[in-house]
Design a protein. Structure first.
Lengths: 305, 293
């Protein structure tokens, strides 16, 4: 088990390093880093000074090494517009995004798994068809539009919920609901097919023959065994959620990392965008790692592959 | 209690069902509506989508008080007819989805073919690259690209094309891995076929079905993508009518002009629903084994 853990952790580290390499080459290939890191209206002398201080006049491999050594120190450049180190700026917005993402995952998991289990149990009935139609609908829905419709309904017409900012706990409901819509449909579909797989298997029949009450069969034996792919999906969808947070935070004026990325985009502040990309990738890789390790712990067969 | 017998005949039942499946009329109608609107819209749009008339600013749809049949779906803040703008918006969605899919499909299929066929270091390298690419949330990657390349229609197509290929690569690679063990590949090699020939004349035709399914299922996703990027201001710019952009502009008036944020979204929803349902049907027709429930 330890060997598998170490192997997986090393893989994750390599992936992060590769992402950093990718960003390095992208920013060098597609733009003039000096202009990106300073400003469009900087004069030629300022650009020259920046180039020297960043070592952009040095050979590419020297720049490469400097990039990594400064990253190791936590120095990812300075936001010109906000006049703070980029890393610190992004980290200050993380709690807000995490609050949003975790609430969204909770909504998505709760509603999705419940609906998925029900449609699996009531297969081929009207409830099943309704649930499947809902899932199809959900996957065709532009989620930023859903957010706008929620604002229209609950914020403007009914005035039940606040439509922007982060002052109260109730502020998180609509953004989290909107964000959860991203993954709700997939979770429902996967839960349904996973449950159907498990409920048709031999050991479930055995458990039923033993006379175990149906509810225990479904929850303790059925769902528990069906849980693994569902958990994997939710972890993978986390990446999608982080991307989606950009849109949701913009719509609801939620002060998180996603909104920061958009603000940075409009202010041409590339150091901040770079850190946001790295941060979100890091979270995604970390989540995947966590799920894989959890998976291996729950299901011993995986470790020996 | 599920009986053993029903489990054994499930697969047979599903295959039979797929063969007898009726055509998804609703999906075809939606998709046809979209295509006709995108291709022939200019002929039946009631007004010029860019014609401004500030005296008619923010008129509601014709069934509301203050609405008029002159502007069936109302007008926006600059007095432009909303129905016409929605009709013209379909053109942008069609253009972006077709071209972007061509780009990401080509990249993905090529990488999948190479990776699956050659195996070894090629496979490891390409798959590592794919995994790395997939580890970055796509929207954030798109923001990074657009910040480097600049916004606009051409760049948004490019950006979607270079971020959306990973699914194709993985799936095509999987198909090729199982195909290359079959006899026709070793026979082709024995006959002296060059590698490119094997790849493109022998392997590629056999993955075409899968590619068609992927593409149809992807159209909807890409339309939503473009709308999302335009909504954020990264994509199509004013004054081009595009659904995502219209939602963004309409957002400012959400408290007073509900139609501005409603109709473009409905258009997107209907189009994507049509595309997805058609894709599902196509998948059932071309590969019924995939859908057993």
């Amino acid at each position: 088990m330890k060997r598998y853990f170490i192997k997986r952790i090393l893989q994750a580290v390599v992936t992060i390093l590769l992402i950093m390499v990718l960003i390095f080459f992208l920013s060098r290939a597609l733009g003039d880093p000096a202009v990106l890191f300073l400003s469009e209206d900087a004069g030629p002398e300022q650009l020259e000074i920046l180039r020297e201080s960043f070592g952009l006049d040095k050979p590419i491999w020297v720049q490469f090494v400097r990039y990594f050594t400064s990253a190791a120190r936590g120095d990812f450049g300075r936001s010109f517009k906000w006049e703070e180190p980029a890393l610190g700026l992004v980290l200050s917005r993380v709690p807000a995004t995490m609050q949003l993402a975790i609430t969204a995952v909770l909504f998505s998991a709760t509603f999705g798994i419940t609906l998925g289990v029900f449609t699996a149990l009531k297969r081929d009935t009207w409830l099943d068809r309704f649930g499947q139609s809902l899932a199809l609908f959900g996957q065709a829905l532009p989620h930023f539009w859903l957010g706008l419709m929620l604002i229209l309904l609950f914020g403007v017409h009914l005035k039940w919920l606040p439509i922007s900012g982060r002052e109260h706990l109730s502020n998180v409901i609509m953004p989290a609901l909107t964000l959860s819509a991203f993954t709700l449909a997939s979770v429902t579909r996967l839960t349904r097919s996973s449950m159907l797989d498990v409920l048709n298997s031999e050991y479930i029949k055995m458990v039923r023959i033993k006379g175990v009450p149906e509810r225990t069969v479904i929850l303790r034996h059925g769902l528990r065994n069906a849980a693994v792919p569902i958990l994997t999906l939710i972890a993978l969808q986390f990446s999608y959620l982080l991307g989606g947070s950009v849109i949701v935070e913009t719509i609801f004026a939620w002060p998180g990392v996603g909104r920061l990325a958009i603000e940075a985009f409009f202010r041409r502040d590339f150091p901040v965008i770079q850190v946001v990309v790295l941060f979100m990738s890091f979270v995604f890789v970390f989540m995947n790692l966590l799920v894989d390790l959890l998976y291996a712990w729950i299901d011993p067969r995986i470790r020996f592959r | 209690m599920t009986s053993t017998r029903s489990h054994l005949t499930d697969e047979k039942k599903a295959l039979k069902k797929a063969q007898q499946r009726r055509y998804p009329i609703f999906a075809f109608v939606l998709l046809a509506l979209f295509l006709v609107t995108a291709l022939f819209g200019p002929w039946f749009a009631p007004h010029d989508p860019n014609a401004q008339d500030l005296s008619k600013s923010l008129r509601p749809p014709f069934w509301s008080e203050n609405g008029s049949t002159e502007n069936l779906l109302g007008t926006d803040s600059l007095g432009r007819d909303y129905l016409s703008r929605i009709i013209y918006g379909a053109r942008v969605s069609l253009l972006v989805s077709v071209v972007a899919i061509c780009i990401c499909g080509s990249i993905g299929v090529l990488l999948g073919l190479l990776s699956g066929y050659f195996g070894g270091w090629t496979d490891t390298l390409i798959m590592r690259f794919t995994d790395t690419w997939m580890s970055i949330p796509a929207l954030v990657l798109a923001i990074a690209f657009v910040s480097l390349l600049g916004p606009g229609l051409r760049n948004v197509i490019l950006v979607i094309g270079i971020t959306a290929w990973t699914g194709y690569a993985r799936i095509v690679r999987g198909e090729v891995l199982s195909l290359k063990t079959l006899d026709f590949v070793s026979l082709a090699r024995a006959a002296g076929c060059s590698e490119p020939r094997i790849l493109f004349s022998h392997l590629l035709p056999n993955v075409v079905n899968t590619i068609i399914i992927l593409v149809t299922l992807d159209i909807g996703r890409i339309i939503i993508w473009e709308a999302a990027l335009s909504f954020l201001g990264l994509g199509v710019q004013h004054p081009t009518p595009a659904w995502g952009l219209m939602l963004a502009s309409g957002r400012k008036f959400i408290t007073s002009a509900w139609w501005l944020v409603t109709f473009p979204g409905v258009a997107i929803l209907m189009t994507v629903l049509g595309a997805n349902l058609t894709g599902n049907w196509l998948r059932d027709v071309l590969d019924p084994k995939q859908k057993l429930r």
